[in-house]
Design a protein around this ligand. Structure first.
Ligand SMILES: *Cc1c(COP(=O)(O)O)cnc(C)c1O
Length: 345
């Protein structure tokens, strides 16, 4: 049995989840008649104290709809340079929305509110591009699962208010941040105009994200989703998986964080320069191989031979992600295998 630590997207729906999907009450969602998806959209919005939600097939679509609501063609979004919106959505903001992006750098993706606030140029007049919104990622994926400080988020919100800028949260793993910090979900809802959340990462649903905002903004997003070909029909089949994920799989993320600690601590003792366990705050373990003879591809290939799949995301950067289809026992086994490889070379 392979231990797959490439991503928390690799989870497969459990038998119980498939059962509720099979039983789902459905209708045509393009007509607004799918009761399961309507309830899911309302439920996710309510969790964050928002008015309305919109189910999307991917987190990328939820992000793109979110930033499109806040930034018009030819206007500017600020984002951290390793943000998913910048690196992993293939220029969608520019390709579909005419959005221009400027980035700031943050060590491990950790938000310092002053960085984007200093760069912002709102109301830049007729000759220069105007900043309209700032995107924050929590937890920060390519930063190594970094959990943002709520004080920095609050400071960013205060500064953005003064400048007349909107905030978007890429909350693909906001559930992990919530569990890691105990920050209530409604607290995040206070600071961001638009929030995207994934049901298909740590929560274990096969497909699905939700964009949440005001009723008016979500009505606009619904039109754009259809325009992009994202109007879905009996989508309550997927919505039921989302409800199941929210019912059962939020609190248990603490276990995934524990598994990540197990991996980080053991790999640290074999190769201290690879990872600082203190920096592992959620379910992602980023490994730096800068001081190893191994490249990330070497490590991934050697681990695969021993039955562990990991991600080689850069020449010297590997990523391990824990999730509900990896047991604590398997995390220990993978930690042993990876430690042995990095120690030997
Ligand atoms: C996975 C992820 C998304 C969404 O990805 P999709 O594959 O489009 O669902 C968005 N943001 C972050 C930070 C992610 O890790």
């Amino acid at each position: 049995m392979l231990i797959d630590l490439r991503s928390d997207t690799v989870t497969k729906p459990s038998a119980e989840m498939r059962e509720v999907m099979a039983q789902a009450n459905v209708g045509d969602d393009v007509y607004g008649e799918d009761p399961t998806i309507n309830a899911l959209e309302e439920r996710v919005a309510a969790l964050f104290g928002k008015e309305a939600g919109l189910f999307t097939p991917t987190g990328s679509m939820a992000n793109q709809l979110g930033i499109r609501l806040l930034v018009n063609p030819g206007e500017e979004l600020l984002a951290e340079e390793d943000a998913h919106i910048v690196r992993a959505e293939l220029g969608a903001g520019a390709a579909h929305g005419g959005i221009t992006t400027r980035t700031w750098y943050a060590n491990r993706g950790m938000l310092d509110a002053q960085a984007p606030l200093k760069m912002a140029r709102p109301n830049a007049g007729p000759y220069l591009v105007s900043t309209k919104a700032i995107a924050v990622e929590d937890t920060h994926n390519f930063g190594g699962g970094t959990v943002q400080d709520i004080g920095q988020i609050a400071a960013l919100h205060a500064g953005a208010q003064e400048l007349g800028l909107a905030l978007h949260l890429d909350g693909a793993r906001i559930w992990n941040a919530h569990i890691a910090t105990g920050t209530p979900l409604v607290e995040y809802g206070k600071y961001f105009e638009t929030i995207s959340v994934c049901l298909s990462k740590g929560l274990g649903a096969p497909i699905g994200s939700v964009l949440i905002s005001t009723t008016e903004q979500i009505q606009r997003a619904r039109v754009w989703r259809k325009r992009l070909g994202g109007g879905m029909r009996q989508v309550g089949i997927l919505g039921a998986a989302g409800h199941f994920a929210l019912d059962n799989n939020i609190a248990r993320l603490a276990e995934d964080h524990q598994k990540a600690q197990i991996l980080a601590e053991q790999i640290y003792s074999a190769l201290p320069s690879a990872v600082d366990p203190k920096h592992v705050q959620s379910n992602i373990v980023g490994l730096s191989l800068a001081e190893s003879h191994l490249t990330a591809a070497d490590l991934a290939a050697a681990a695969k031979k021993s039955g562990v799949l990991i991600g080689a995301l850069g020449p010297r950067y590997a990523r391990l992600v824990t999730h509900l289809d990896v047991t604590i026992e398997q995390a220990r086994e993978a930690a042993e295998i990876i430690s042995t490889i990095v120690r030997e070379r």
